[in-house]
Design a binder for this molecule. Structure first.
Ligand code: BGN
Length: 382
């Protein structure tokens, strides 16, 4: 009798242990897939279903109430770079003498159905341009792409200020091309490379990018992105909005939140009309800091507001790097951002000068090398 009871108790214990193991395994799987090293955002995952519709006003895709996991991690073996409904088709179609005139395409959906939501972004494995090219056979020369099955509402030039960051660029292209394709964006990628070793000037390079991209195609939307910032969610749609857009609102380096209310750095987007309304960006911020605050001032001083995605969607991973040479913090930035009201009319796209040295179209991007000068000599004190 007591043997029987002992046996039963042991059996129950075993079942209990087995159940616990199963539970443990399940939790580990959830945590592993949920961001890997990207913070355990369990609450937003579960709240997302309830609040998913909040994105409607910001234009981000709603209706995708669950997070899926990225297909675009560097080591994925399938062909994740194809958007839903896309196929690898040979570029030449069979000859057909009586081809009916092509049907007009329907407008692209506001919430593209092929989006996957939260992405796993990591930079541990080596990236090569050959690999990026292989992954993106439908991107055409100069880094251009247009959805084959619908008519996008915006034509977007993506402008990246650049100097000596080749490695970051490979990751950026590896992650962004598939994302933009899933987003059904008509876009071109423009790398604006500052030649020489004089002080870096991010905002002036962005003005150059605006000007040069317009020589290439009739863009009506401009997205300005640092080369080391990768969106962690493809519902953060890279097009323009009713108001100037700030995309990079929750970066890992700032603990996935805005560092301050008026922050406009990292990745931002303005329609052509919005950009011209603020006379473009300042040309006189040499070195690190303040130029994004000046742009923010320009926006608000011209009666516009900044629009932003939901904080769970506007998440970014930054590629870690040493501080750049020749981009030291600009000591004049504190004074300058107090003066936007007086400077914005004369300093901007209307006063931009530079020397265009080379435009080169690579398969995955257009490279524009420019000389933009150097900071004016500082007045000697005394
Ligand atoms: C701010 C910088 C921004 C920068 C953010 C985040 C200035 C101006 C004087 C206050 N602004 O402090 O340019 O993008 O930090 O790093 O330094």
């Amino acid at each position: 009798m007591s043997r029987l009871m002992l046996g039963r108790t042991l059996e129950r214990i075993c079942k209990g242990v087995l159940l616990l193991c199963l539970l443990h395994f399940l939790i580990m799987m959830i945590l592993y897939f949920d961001v890997y090293s990207q913070r355990f955002d369990i609450f937003s995952r579960f709240n997302n279903g309830r609040n998913g519709s909040r994105n409607n006003s910001s234009g981000a895709a709603s209706g995708h109430h669950f997070y899926y996991y990225n297909l675009s991690r560097p080591n994925a073996t399938s062909a994740p770079y194809l958007a839903a409904g896309e196929q690898l088709v040979p570029s030449s179609q069979p000859d057909n003498n009586h081809t009916p005139s092509p049907k007009p395409l329907p407008p692209c959906p506001e919430n593209p159905p092929g989006l996957v939501g939260r992405l796993l972004i990591e930079f541990s494995s080596q990236m090569t341009m050959e690999r990026v090219q292989k992954e993106n056979p439908n991107v055409t020369e100069g880094g251009r792409y247009k959805p084959p099955d619908c008519r996008p509402r915006w034509k977007v030039a993506i402008i990246i200020p650049f100097r000596h960051r080749e490695n970051h660029l490979k990751y950026w292209l590896h992650y962004l091309h598939p994302i933009l394709r899933r987003q059904k964006i008509d876009y071109g990628i423009y790398i604006i490379n500052q030649l020489g070793e004089d002080t870096f000037n991010r905002a002036k390079l962005l003005n150059v990018g605006y000007t040069e991209a317009l020589k290439d195609a009739e863009y009506d939307c401009f997205i300005f992105s640092d080369v080391d910032l990768i969106p962690m969610d493809d519902r953060n749609l890279y097009h323009c909005y009713d108001q100037p857009r700030h995309f990079a609102i929750a970066m890992d380096k700032f603990g996935f939140r805005l560092p301050y209310a008026g922050y406009f750095g990292g990745v931002s987007g303005l329609s052509k009309k919005q950009f011209l309304k603020i006379n473009g960006f300042p040309n006189e911020y040499w070195g690190w800091g303040g130029e994004d605050d000046d742009i923010y001032n320009r926006i608000t001083l011209n009666g516009m507001k900044v629009s932003r995605p939901d904080v769970r969607i506007g998440r970014y991973r930054m590629i870690k790097h040493e501080r750049d040479k020749h981009n030291e913090p600009n000591p004049q930035r504190f004074n300058k951002i107090q003066n936007t009201k007086n400077t914005m009319k004369k300093d901007g796209i209307s006063s931009l000068t530079y020397k265009l040295v080379q435009v080169k179209k690579y398969p995955m991007y257009t490279n524009i090398s420019v000389e933009i000068g150097k900071p004016p000599p500082r007045p000697i004190k005394g």
